[in-house]
Write a protein that binds this ligand. Structure first.
Ligand code: AMP
Ligand code: MG
Length: 325
């Protein structure tokens, strides 16, 4: 099984088969939303636990209206940011299979910004349930070839080129009681942009980062490469010296990320896969200040989860290994 075109993908999905599809964030492993059998297969293929809910992908807001009970702010957010890397968590309607929501009362919805997948969902006239097209805990795929490698050519892929965003969508939930927009997973839509939108509307909801702990994006290990990845978080302005790092057994290839956070996101998973393939361990020096910066939050989150060991390099040059949390 390998690459398929749009009409083959359509046909397979209608038959209850799985197809990997491109989005602007990462490739998704898609199943038609109303086939319990196909949904079950998504979990089996990914070796994903059933308690981890799936995101439903729609081609229009109209389609999404039937799947959830919408509040005015969520509606305004969808109108503004869709198609795009924003996933909204809302109370589900009866149309949504409990397998999709892991038995819970809420459903995650998103309209992906990729012409091929848009057309596919439009032609199907039904939403697609699609988690990232990788085995549970592994690095997410950002090209069709990554998907083929991930599932040993056993999953057909609709090739839409390399993903422009490179990391998963931002998952949010509007909490009316506390007047909060809660970021459940930092992602490709930057929280600065989200805040600017609320400010412009004169909206009083505050944006809070609140990662729940029931989903894999929120486990401390995720997206991990198959070779040792050491992360050095450094304080101050300058990176620690390579010789000093060696004395702490921090060695292997040095990973350099682009300075632009959008470029860094785009390159991130492809780089992790290259390191896995090379069989050689690697390390990254990342400034502590960036971990707190909203612009870098999503990339920082993925780097932390993908790494195996953490080190803190203080401004005075002292390096200590710290526990991964
Ligand atoms: P993936 O598509 O593999 O990136 O994973 C989908 C992620 O979306 C899950 O791991 C959760 O973090 C999030 N998600 C999906 N449905 C819900 C929901 N009902 N409530 C909260 N988070 C959700
Ligand atoms: Mg995933």
């Amino acid at each position: 099984m390998s690459k398929v075109d749009l009409s083959q993908a359509l046909h397979l999905l209608l038959q209850g088969k799985l197809v990997a599809v491109p989005t602007e964030t990462v490739y998704g492993l898609a199943a038609i939303y109303d086939s319990t059998q196909a949904l079950k297969e998504v979990f089996q293929r990914k070796e994903r636990p059933l308690f981890d809910p799936l995101i439903l992908h729609v081609s229009s807001l109209d389609q999404a209206l039937l799947l959830a009970d919408w509040d005015p702010l969520s509606l305004a957010l969808a109108k503004h940011f869709w198609p795009g890397p924003l996933t909204l968590v809302l109370p589900k309607t009866d149309l949504v299979d409990p397998l999709i929501t892991a038995g819970g009362p809420t459903v995650a919805l998103r309209c992906p910004d990729h012409p091929l997948t848009q057309e596919l969902i439009r032609n199907l006239n039904k939403p697609l349930a699609a988690p990232s097209a990788n085995r549970f805990g592994h690095t997410s795929p950002t090209t069709a070839d990554h998907v083929l490698q991930e599932f040993a050519d056993q999953v057909p892929v609709l090739d839409g080129g390399p993903c422009t965003g490179g990391i998963e969508s931002t998952v949010i939930e509007v909490n009316k009681t506390y007047r909060e927009v809660r970021i459940l997973r930092p992602g490709a839509l930057n929280e600065k942009v989200l805040k600017a939108f609320l400010d412009e509307r004169g909206d009083s909801h505050s944006v809070v980062v609140q990662t729940a702990d029931h989903s894999p994006g929120h486990l401390k290990n995720h997206y991990q490469p198959t070779v040792l990845f050491q992360l050095v978080i450094y304080q101050g302005d300058s990176e620690p010296n390579e010789e000093v790092l060696k004395t702490h057994s921090i060695e292997g290839k040095k990973w350099t990320l682009p300075r632009d956070p959008l470029m860094a996101a785009r390159q991130l998973y492809g780089d992790l896969r290259k390191f896995s393939k090379s069989g050689r361990s690697f390390y990254l020096c990342f400034p502590e200040a960036s971990l707190q910066d909203p612009i870098w939050r999503a990339v920082g989150d993925r780097i932390r989860k993908a790494s195996h060991q953490w080190f803190l390099s203080r401004a005075d040059g002292k390096i200590t290994m710290v526990e991964k949390t």
